[in-house]
Ligand binder design. Structure first.
Ligand code: ADP
Ligand code: TRP
Length: 335
């Protein structure tokens, strides 16, 4: 079995509409990285059902994430785009990793604590063991690099621990220790209503996030209403400390423009936020509108979307199966 040295896997859940955090923290980086890596981009529906999903909506959202990948610039002919539940090897390796990971490791996962909240007795078992399946998503392809937003850092560390423990326990070097790729100027996009909270699908306020499906008018309104402090933009990066809302808007601008926070501050330092927000709206619309349009166009041809997923699934299975076979042999399962 061939061991890759530059293979990427990443996943996005079809659990709701995609927002600017998903785009800047993950998908935009996928587009850049496809040039230098062999890529597997997975719509992680098994992860989505760790919380309730309406069956009809889940189907639509699975195709929407696929369309968003392609509309953002991921070439489906050069990369594997596929649905997690259509490659059963993920769940099979996930079970094995449930028996490798320790309760103590999972008990430390902050995303579980955030998502379960006070309701921890009543959430699904899947929500708790979520990170072991994520480790399987990555390691079933022997992926070496994983581009994600900053919020997934802890899950990546757990993946590394699982790979290491499996290799040690069975005295093998089968699994690579994958590296996170947390890159760009907006690795953690914050809510537009509260600069201390992550922009997320689950925030009850629609004004907290910009969706990839928002119209230009909606984007203008949301940015206009975004929380800021009364001061103008700072004229150096250090003065962004303790100004989370200002820092967030400036990082979003830098990331959308493919520029650095320093350069944005150089250009807009000491300008009023009312002016900066207009510039940010124009930039966001210029960058997002073509993606939204392309997404809608792609979604009008479901046969095409499904054909991309079928090719992706077949390729993904052919890479995943020998790794699963090898893992089973190492464990001592009969073939
Ligand atoms: P969500 O976290 O919105 O439920 P996913 O779990 O599907 O979405 O995340 C898909 C990708 O988007 C992951 O790589 C994740 O790190 C990234 N991501 C999600 N929210 C943000 C954010 N606010 N800022 C940066 N990246 C984010
Ligand atoms: N857990 C990721 C998130 O919530 C989604 C995900 C599932 C993922 N499997 C993955 C990301 C594998 C990277 C690699 O955002």
């Amino acid at each position: 079995m061939e061991k890759p040295n530059n293979r990427i896997l990443s996943g996005v859940q079809p659990s709701g509409d995609l927002h600017l955090g998903n785009y800047l923290g993950a998908i935009k980086n996928f587009v850049t990285l496809q040039k230098d890596y062999e890529c597997f981009f997975c719509v992680v529906d098994l992860h989505a059902i760790t919380v309730w999903q309406d069956p009809e909506v889940l189907k639509d959202k699975t195709r929407e994430v696929t369309a968003a990948f392609v509309a953002s610039g991921i070439d489906p002919n050069k990369n594997n785009i596929f649905v997690q539940s259509q490659v059963p090897q993920h769940a099979q390796l996930g079970w094995i990793f449930n028996c490798v990971a320790r309760m103590g490791w999972l008990n430390r996962m902050t995303q579980f604590k955030d998502k379960a909240g006070k309701n921890s007795e009543n959430v699904s078992v899947g929500l708790f063991s979520y990170p072991t399946l994520m480790a399987a998503d990555i390691l079933i392809y022997l992926a070496t690099h994983v581009p994600v937003g900053d919020d997934q850092k802890q899950h990546l560390e757990l993946t590394r621990d699982i790979a290491q423990k499996f290799n040690n326990d069975f005295k093998t070097d089968l699994f690579p220790i994958p590296e996170p790729l947390i890159i760009g100027e907006a690795t953690r996009v914050m809510s537009l209503r509260d600069g201390l909270k992550k922009m997320s699908k689950s925030d009850p306020s629609d004004y907290s996030r910009i969706m990839l499906t928002d119209t230009a008018d909606k984007i203008v309104q949301k940015i206009k209403k975004a929380k800021t402090d009364p001061k103008p933009l700072p004229d150096n990066k250090k003065d962004l400390e303790n100004r989370p809302e200002a820092e967030n808007l400036i990082s979003i601008f830098a990331s959308l423009k493919d520029d650095t926070v320093e350069n944005v501050i150089k250009e807009y330092g000491l300008k009023e936020f009312s002016f900066f927000k207009q510039e940010l709206s124009d930039l966001a619309i210029a960058k997002l509108e073509p993606i939204t349009k392309e997404m809608n166009k792609l979604l009008s041809d479901i046969t095409y979307i499904d054909s991309i997923l079928k090719d992706g699934r077949n390729n993904a299975r052919s890479v995943a199966e020998p790794v699963l076979m090898k893992t089973k042999e190492i464990i001592g399962f009969l073939s």
